[in-house]
Design a protein around this ligand. Structure first.
Ligand code: CAA
Length: 259
């Protein structure tokens, strides 16, 4: 399993596989190829009998700083409709084996959404979670408005989505977004501990139990995801999206005009 933007170790420890997001210079920004690689790796790991639990991690600086803004900057709504990147996200969400996100550093935008797509999240104490898309003149598009709201409740989710503020690992844990906060340097070790405990269970029971928990969590979600997706595309019809992303690339403050 050799890829350009992720490193996959199917036999990392016991029945635990590890996927490391690996675009360090770009803070693991999730470009389309990385997401396709991730989808492909998860599909393959799902089929391996000697894998019972999968950990997704990044590096010390970032789990992932979001979708790749430079790749999205020039796109319009119809480009996005054709690229259909969220089909990849839908497939990742359908992974049958338990997925644990081990988060150090930034988990922002699509990075936060990817962590939330996993079944459990462990974070180092310096980790930061947020949905800063609003600062780019857009909004979350890979489940952020839905999953964050289910996890944090309306008021806090609204604050994060409308201001783009970050929350730290301790607050994220107190509010139920993540499972556990650990010292930064122990994040992967603790994730492996949890994964090994899970990996001891019956693979059939794990699959059925995961499916059942997700069913409870996701009923009613689909409608919200489709609604969010259309509005995400619609953001790309605005001047503010162009301005927000251009300003990011030029490292200056954007001037939004509401058009
Ligand atoms: N896309 C593309 N490149 C990114 C990136 C992203 N999401 N995040 C960081 N990078 C790049 C930077 O452009 C920079 O590259 P250069 O050295 O070539 O300039 C490099 O990674 C390092 O980043 P910074 O210099 O900005 O690092 P910092 O420590 O000063 O700041 C940060 C870190 C606060 C995370 C900042 O990089 C940042 O705000 N990143 C963008 C976060 C964001 O807006 N994410 C949402 C993206 S949209 C999305 O995800 C849509 C969706 O829901 C699907």
């Amino acid at each position: 399993m050799t890829y350009e933007f992720i490193i996959v170790e199917p036999a990392f420890q016991d029945k635990v596989a590890l996927i490391r997001l690996n675009r360090p210079k770009e803070l693991n920004a999730l470009n389309l190829q990385l997401m396709l690689e991730l989808k492909d790796a998860l599909k393959s790991l799902d089929q391996l009998e000697n894998v019972s639990c999968i950990i997704i991690t990044g590096n010390e600086q970032a789990f992932a700083a979001g979708a790749d803004i430079k790749q999205m900057e020039s796109k319009n709504a119809i480009d996005l409709l054709h690229i259909d990147q969220f089909e990849t996200w839908d497939q990742i969400r359908k992974t049958k084996k338990p997925l644990i996100a081990a988060v150090n550093g930034f988990a922002l935008g699509g990075g936060c959404e990817l962590a939330m797509t996993c079944d459990m999240i462990l974070a180092g104490e310096s980790a930061k979670f947020g949905q800063p898309e609003i600062k780019l003149g857009i909004m979350p598009g890979a489940g952020g408005t839905q999953r964050l709201t289910k996890a944090l409740g309306k008021a806090k989710a609204m604050e994060l989505v409308l201001t783009g503020r970050f929350i730290g690992a301790h607050e994220a844990c107190e509010r139920g977004l993540i499972n556990q906060v650990v010292p930064d340097e122990l994040c992967l070790d603790e994730a492996v501990k949890l994964a090994k405990e899970i990996a001891q269970m019956s693979p059939v029971a794990l699959q059925l139990a995961k499916e059942s928990v997700l069913k409870a969590f996701e009923s009613g979600l689909q409608e919200g995801l489709y609604f969010e997706r259309k509005n995400f595309y619609l953001c790309f019809a605005s001047d503010d999206q162009k301005e927000g992303m251009k300003a990011f690339v030029e490292k200056r403050k954007p001037e939004f005009k509401g058009k």
